[in-house]
Design a protein around this ligand. Structure first.
Ligand code: ASP
Length: 325
């Protein structure tokens, strides 16, 4: 019988309120959750690994890299059909995206979490875990890279983002919709993922800050980085990829220093494009050497840039990596 490995990293899915005065905390031992899965729900094919017990705001790129090294030997085990990672939802899309970029196996890695902790009525941890297990063991999940399963939906890590601070229905692929659903024990795919991963080496370069633009932003918000040893920068521009005119000169200074400047939008869905020619407009920025990040969010553009730089991507190859159709 093929087995599914559950790798626990922490997050609300493994949290409880021990003392109401102190809020929800990670359980040190999530064995009761696994016991329910094994005994009450009748799963006999689960292997569990406690990787960490951290809330996801404590996740770092170094930890993501280490997590990838941790799951690799598990994926190589011929008895394992897929890996389910439990994770805090706050940084879930970042870890899932990192793992997707460096994913090399045909077997699926499913990242899941919970919006409510185990002490709350309506705890969604079991539903999400069970859905993730069904997805991990389903043959149609092969060769789809890293997937995010939450609230009965399957999303590609490349596409998904957390859209609500409280709702269970928070993970959305805003531009494309979910890949499929989990209905009872049935795993149903409606479409293929938008892009396939690059199978990058598990390495990255840091730091890469993200700056969100806003009306009246001070040029110093970019200028502060000109003499700092950053590997690159992501600018969340307005609309189709336009920045206030006072940022043009600082951006040019970064580009003159060979620092990659990736422009995405602060708008949660849709592509950036070189529509506008005014100072700070998309056409102007591209002509000055900025690289447009198509439909990636700032969070994802940052991780893609870090991983690509770690994989020795130079300016021309970065441009074609980010400017896909
Ligand atoms: N703050 C929690 C975390 O990301 C939220 C969650 O898991 O839903 O660890």
């Amino acid at each position: 019988m093929s087995r599914v490995a559950i790798v626990m990293t922490g997050g609300t899915i493994t949290m409880k309120i021990f003392d109401p005065a102190h809020g929800a905390f990670p359980m040190q031992d999530a064995s009761d959750i696994i016991e329910v899965l094994n005994d009450t729900l009748g799963f006999q094919n689960l292997v569990t690994h406690k990787y960490s017990m951290i809330p996801s705001p404590s996740m770092t790129l170094e930890r993501m890299q280490d997590l990838k090294s941790f799951i690799d030997p598990i994926l190589e085990d011929p008895e394992i059909s897929g890996v389910v990672i439990t994770h805090g939802t706050d940084a879930l899309e970042e870890t899932a995206f990192y793992l997707d970029l460096v994913h090399t196996s045909e077997k699926p890695v499913i990242v899941t979490g919970a919006m409510k902790n185990a002490s709350e009525i309506g705890y969604d941890g079991f539903t999400n875990l069970v859905s993730a297990i069904y997805t991990a063991q389903h043959p149609d999940s092969q060769n789809k890279g890293v997937l995010v399963v939450m609230n009965y939906e399957i999303h590609a890590a490349w596409e998904v983002t957390k859209t609500h601070t409280l709702n269970l229905d928070t993970f959305k692929s805003l531009s494309f919709g979910p890949l499929g659903i989990i209905d009872g024990e049935h795993v149903i795919y409606y479409r293929l993922r938008n892009r396939w991963s690059y199978r990058f080496q598990n390495t990255f370069k840091a730091p890469v800050p993200i700056i969100t633009t806003y009306a009246g932003i001070d040029a110093d918000m970019i200028n502060q980085f000109v003499n700092k040893p950053i590997a690159g920068i992501v600018i969340e521009a307005m609309g189709r990829g336009n920045v206030p005119p006072q940022l043009v000169e600082p951006i040019e200074r970064l580009i003159a220093k060979e620092i990659p400047v990736i422009v995405v939008s602060r708008v949660p869905s849709g592509r950036v494009f070189d529509t506008y020619g005014y100072p700070g407009g998309g056409k102007d920025l591209i002509q000055k050497g900025a690289i447009f990040g198509t439909d990636l969010t700032g969070l994802k553009a940052r991780i893609l840039l870090m991983v690509a730089l770690g994989n020795a991507y130079e300016k021309a190859s970065l441009r074609s990596l980010f400017t896909y159709q």
